[in-house]
Design a protein around this ligand. Structure first.
Ligand code: E4P
Length: 225
């Protein structure tokens, strides 16, 4: 079980990596745009290599930017060469439900030896088929599942049981964190990994009653100085 950081911000990654509490990083084009990555694909490459070096040998997910099958394949192969710990994110299908993606995912994994993280999934059945196609990671967006009125924990449990029963090696990543409680509740539900935004890690660590307790210890400790 592990926590990944869902960000492209170097300072945040460095901070939590040096605490020893993260085991990988995930990004997507929306995250990189929000965080001000510029310079086109060269900018993405530069940032990705920087993160990959910083967390090596822990994995970094970098997402393809096209839904054209050949371009997804080409980008997947190219991104995976930027660093040995980079895996490639590919969505489960296209914007209109085009079905080319699983074939690309299967090819990347089996023919080109590229580790794939299948993303933008909202159900156990999508993740199950992505796992059957050979994906190393299957990413379900827990927060978006909850927002649609379904209990993400039930989907995660169902998915973990399916992967275990079918002896599939894919690892479940749950992303789309919305509340601090998501990290532990999703791991508890059966996720191998939860990827969360940095602010939630701070929220997990800091507790008002711990602050008060520390203050008491320091106040009394000062009496010995
Ligand atoms: C996961 O890998 C995704 O990058 C991410 O968690 C998506 O989250 P969102 O629903 O906040 O966009």
């Amino acid at each position: 079980m592990a926590i990944f950081l869902d960000t492209g911000k170097i300072e945040e990654i460095k901070k939590y990596y040096e605490m020893g509490i993260i085991r990988g990083v995930t990004t997507n084009p929306t995250i990189l745009v929000k965080e001000g990555v510029t310079g086109g694909m060269d900018g993405v490459k530069k940032r990705s290599i920087e993160i990959a070096k910083l967390i090596d040998p822990f994995p970094l997910s970098v997402e393809v930017t096209s839904n054209d099958p050949q371009k997804m394949l080409d980008q997947g192969i190219e991104f995976s060469k930027w660093a040995s710990n980079i895996n490639v994110k590919v969505t489960i299908h296209g914007i209109n439900g085009e079905l080319d993606n699983l074939q690309v995912i299967n090819k990347l994994e089996t023919k080109y030896d590229v580790r794939v993280n299948v993303t933008a999934m909202m159900s156990a059945q999508q993740c199950f088929l992505a796992a059957m196609a050979g994906a190393t990671y299957v990413s379900i967006f827990g927060g978006r599942v909850n927002n649609m009125g379904y209990d993400s924990r039930i989907e995660i449990r169902k998915l973990r049981d399916l992967l275990d029963n079918f002896e599939l090696d894919s690892k479940i990543i749950v992303g789309s964190t919305r509340e601090v409680i998501n990290v532990v509740e999703w791991l508890h539900a059966g996720a191998h990994i939860v990827t969360c935004t940095p602010k939630f890690l701070e929220g997990m660590i800091v507790h008002p009653y711990s602050k008060e307790t520390v203050q008491m210890f320091l106040k009394d400790g000062a009496k010995f100085e």
